[in-house]
Design a protein around this ligand. Structure first.
Ligand SMILES: Cc1cc2nc3c(=O)[nH]c(=O)nc-3n(C[C@H](O)[C@H](O)[C@H](O)COP(=O)(O)OP(=O)(O)OC[C@H]3O[C@@H](n4cnc5c(N)ncnc54)[C@H](O)[C@@H]3O)c2cc1C
Length: 390
């Protein structure tokens, strides 16, 4: 019996996880992705992109066999979360309140990619270090002119997704007009494995715990703010920018971690709310190719990995007489993902809107609301479940 064939396009975390998971599930998988395996980082240097990996994503990566391939010293469990409103409201979520060991793990993008690259290679998957170029009937052409046929093409090729365009899948994109600024900071005080977030009215600041190094304590910053404000900060000469940053972070964080000073370059990402139709005959999209949400809850990649897990489940459960590219099968995947994706869109977009309103009654209500939730153990358990993706 010939194995059903799947082509995965895109060598980001979602594409590599899809490739590995489908290969393990018995499909004949090939990957189209340029790029080399990231090298192990030097001990005290941390790559600028870090993710809050939910408990559900952690369990999926463990099932794929890659969680234990990562350097445990570089993974930070988030044992609690502190959220501060703009008018004295605050919320404190602890993993133990929902009988969990961690709400999430903070992991460098490069560390997950390195483990996935190695696992995909060990599994002997055909890997074409080329770019997807076009789709004709069910034949894929790469930028070297190679033609590849498959029963299913999985587009894991990021937010601009050439696969989505080639397959003519409907896509809506709404720019927030905000940018997310990321960099690592030296912190004067220990973070105690607590993730912290401040809603200031015109920006949202998150500080995520990273391992201590010889230079002391460190946290990763994700600060989303209006584009003009972000560009003005990024345009300052480095010294001036770092001083400006230190003063503003001290004011927002109210000295919660003592002095905070830049320890890495700063990067900026424009933020979008995107959604797509996700499937077409012979084509399925996963992760950023299919949707994007505001990073205030740190859930974009977690949603993407849940797509991958669901696609593997649906393909594994399909009737033998249907191929993996059968639209009926792919609709099952789309339907199963519709509700969790919508819930995350509504939650992140709703929070973003709620805290963007400056009117005094709204500001008062949201801060009082936070105080109330902080005293309701049942709702807190529910929120902790949401944060950990369980
Ligand atoms: C500031 C910020 C903070 C965030 N923090 C978090 C967080 O804490 N937790 C979380 O879960 N999510 C977070 N996210 C979201 C997360 O970054 C994305 O959801 C995630 O990176 C998507 O991964 P992906 O594999 O789908 O896409 P990508 O990482 O974009 O990978 C797509 C891949 O496809 C390749 N590709 C593109 N075109 C082609 C082609 N023609 N042929 C072949 N390959 C191609 C690209 O080279 C790339 O390797 C954050 C996002 C932002 C902006």
């Amino acid at each position: 019996m010939t194995k059903e064939s799947v082509l995965v396009c895109g060598g980001g975390i979602a594409g590599l996880a899809a490739t590995l998971g489908l290969a393990k599930a018995g499909f004949n998988v090939a990957l189209i992705a340029p790029g080399t395996t990231p090298a192990s980082a030097p001990t005290d240097t941390y790559s600028p992109r870090v993710y809050a990996i939910s408990a559900a994503s952690q369990a999926f990566l463990a099932r794929l066999g890659v969680w234990n391939m990562m350097d445990a010293r570089r993974l930070t469990p988030v044992e609690a979360m502190e959220v501060y409103g703009d008018g004295g409201g605050s919320l404190n979520l602890q993993a133990w309140q929902a009988a969990q060991t961690a709400l999430a793990w903070i992991v460098e993008s490069s560390e997950i990619e390195r483990a996935l690259h190695q696992a995909v290679q060990v599994f002997g998957v055909a890997w074409h270090q080329e770019k997807f170029q076009r789709l004709e009937s069910n034949t894929v052409f790469t930028d070297t002119g190679r033609a590849l046929k498959a029963d299913l093409l999985v587009g894991a090729d990021g937010a601009q997704s050439p696969v989505r365009t080639a397959a003519g899948i409907h896509h809506d994109s709404r720019p927030y007009g905000d940018m997310g600024l990321v960099l690592h900071l030296d912190a004067e005080l220990p973070h105690q494995n607590i993730a912290m977030q401040w809603f200031t009215g015109d920006s949202i600041l998150a500080l995520l715990p990273l391992p201590d190094t010889a230079d002391g304590h460190q946290v990763s910053m994700v600060w989303s703010m209006p584009e003009a404000m972000a560009k003005a900060l990024m345009a300052l000469p480095e010294d001036e920018r770092n001083k400006n940053l230190e003063v503003r972070l001290a004011a927002i964080s109210n000295g919660r971690l003592g002095r905070l000073t830049a320890r890495s370059p700063m990067f900026g990402f424009p933020l979008f709310l995107d959604q797509s139709g996700m499937v077409a005959p012979g084509v399925a999209l996963v992760s950023d190719a299919a949707h994007r949400v505001h990073p205030l809850a740190g859930q974009g990649l977690n949603l993407g990995l849940a797509d991958v897990a669901e696609l593997i489940r649906v393909l594994g459960d399909k009737e033998t007489y249907r191929g993996p590219g059968d639209l009926r099968v792919l609709h099952r995947y789309r339907r199963a993902r519709a509700e969790p994706i919508m819930a995350m869109r509504v939650a992140t977009d709703g929070l973003h809107r709620l805290f963007a309103v400056q009117a005094a009654p709204v500001a008062w209500a949201r801060n009082v609301g936070m105080q109330c939730v902080d005293h309701l153990p049942f709702i807190k358990r529910f929120l902790i479940g949401g944060a950990s993706g369980s």
